[in-house]
Design a protein around this ligand. Structure first.
Ligand code: NDP
Ligand code: HSE
Length: 436
């Protein structure tokens, strides 16, 4: 059978990994795909670099347009990143009748609905396994493996860089900046690392998973996003003393009035498997009504783990090329005309538990003032610790863990507690999930 021709856009970390894996495992991959997969043409801004990696095995160009217009290219693999040039190239590839494979979660989070609609009209596939969870085949699992289920919630460590930073800070006591630089050197971090540390990258991935899990459009702008940059070593230590680990979690849940879609640092009981996922590894918990709780674990970033997902998509597209478009798996798992309009809940309406830390004057009546405020807002305390005052200081840290409560009540409580004259500075609030 005639080989499938691939055109690659961008031969950086993931593009380089994809080229290497396709070449190293070409025999095995051809046996699976039923035909050879050939890298026909590679575009990169840095021609010299591309030529060094590719050698004489493919055409090399600095003009990405050549790839999307090449008459012999069947599948365009977009690994440039970003949301402007990449979007234009993907839409041009689709208009030219080419199938697309991409790892670009930022692009799909912002423009996925438009891209999938264009692909559907052109009868082509857009595959994006590598966009979520790096090497973990979570898209296929959610879209196909769990298709019998009504998904109840998804919660995951879905940003390798921030998990790597939290792990190194906790285990080795290293500073934030130092660990971030190492993550960049290892190729884990996004071009703009703010995306990693402020939870934006995780929210991109979460909004894609929510769409597939619940059959809703991709709605990244409605996601609540809070990163790890304000976490202190103190809170990491206090959480540990209370039997918890802090992880940056992406959580999406079916609630009575809509869908929760939120990324934030989260206390998780230290005994949970997911609390022990360290370094650049990712893990995603999915709760389905039939299957119960499932957990998927693997490398969330890096050249070859991500290439593993990119190549799987290339093989998937190769196998489905001749299938009637009506019978292919829908991009977002649900038939495009059967998506639900369930609203994304504002954060104030979300219900969860909380870790609250406040620095207060060590004098009688302070605790009573604080607990009176909490009780007045129906916030019930699950556990409480008062730390020893630091030597020579008259202030102490109080840490409270709450039972489930609605976020707007906690917002009101924090405002009132911060207004008490015995409370110094801001109250630290970290959300808490038991995931059981
Ligand atoms: P890199 O920056 O390492 O690679 C991108 C490559 O594309 C670079 O070589 C860049 O050249 C080239 N490029 C940029 N613009 C153009 C253009 N207009 N025409 C041709 N080439 C161009 O990024 P990554 O490989 O890390 O990421 C690629 C995509 O994969 C992103 O969407 C990212 O979010 C996603 N991803 C990354 C993962 C990872 O572990 N790194 C994991 C999962 C997804 P130059 O360097 O000269 O600008
Ligand atoms: N920057 C991302 C991360 C790459 O650290 O997880 C994988 O999507």
């Amino acid at each position: 059978m005639k080989p499938i021709n691939v055109g690659l856009l961008g031969i950086g970390t993931v593009g380089g990994g994809t080229f290497t894996v396709l070449r190293r495992n070409q025999e095995e991959i051809a046996r699976r795909a039923g035909r050879a997969i050939t890298m026909k043409i590679v575009a990169d801004k840095d021609l010299q670099k591309a030529r060094t990696i590719v050698g004489e095995r493919a055409l090399v160009t600095a003009d990405a347009g050549e790839v999307v217009n090449h008459p012999d290219v069947d599948i365009v693999v977009e690994l440039i990143g970003g949301t402007s040039v990449a979007k234009d190239l993907i839409l041009r590839a689709i208009a030219n009748g080419k199938h697309v494979v991409t790892a670009n979660k930022a692009l799909l989070a912002l423009h996925g609905n438009e891209i999938f609609t264009a692909a559907q009209k052109a009868d082509v596939m857009v595959a994006f396994e590598a966009a979520v969870g790096g090497g973990i085949p979570i898209i296929k699992l959610l879209r196909e493996g769990l298709t019998a289920n009504r998904i109840e919630w998804i919660a995951g460590i879905i940003n390798g860089t921030s998990n790597y930073i939290l792990s190194e800070m906790r285990e080795k006591g290293l500073g934030f900046g130092e660990v971030l630089r190492e993550a960049q050197r290892l190729g884990y971090a996004e071009a703009d690392p703010v995306f990693d540390i402020e939870g934006i990258d995780a929210a991109h991935k979460l909004s894609i998973m929510a769409a597939i899990g619940f059959g809703i459009p991709v709605q990244f702008p409605a996601a609540y996003t809070e990163g790890i940059s304000r976490l202190t070593r103190e809170d990491i230590r206090y959480a540990e003393e209370l039997g918890y680990r802090i992880k940056l979690l992406g959580i999406t849940k079916r609630a009575a009035k809509g869908i929760e879609l939120r990324v934030h640092p989260t206390l998780i009981p230290a005994r949970r498997l997911i609390a022990n996922v360290e370094g650049v590894m990712n893990a995603i918990l999915v709760k389905g009504d039939a299957v119960g709780q499932t957990m998927f674990y693997g490398a969330g970033a890096g050249a070859e783990p991500t290439a593993s997902s990119v190549v799987a998509d290339i093989v998937d597209v190769t196998r489905m090329l001749t299938a009637d478009p009506e019978h292919r798996v829908p991009h977002l798992a649900f038939q495009p005309d059967r998506l639900s309009d369930a609203p994304i809940l504002p954060m104030a309406e979300v219900e969860t538990s909380y870790y609250l830390r406040m620095r207060v004057l060590d004098r009688p009546g302070v605790l009573a003032d604080i607990t009176r405020i909490l009780a007045g807002l129906s916030i019930s305390i699950e556990a409480m610790v008062q730390k020893e005052p630091h030597e020579g200081e008259k202030q102490v840290d109080i840490i409270m863990l709450t039972h489930l409560t609605v976020e707007k009540n906690v917002n009101a409580a924090i405002a009132r507690i911060e207004a008490l004259p015995v409370v110094a500075g801001k109250v630290t609030r970290i959300r808490m999930e038991h995931l059981d």
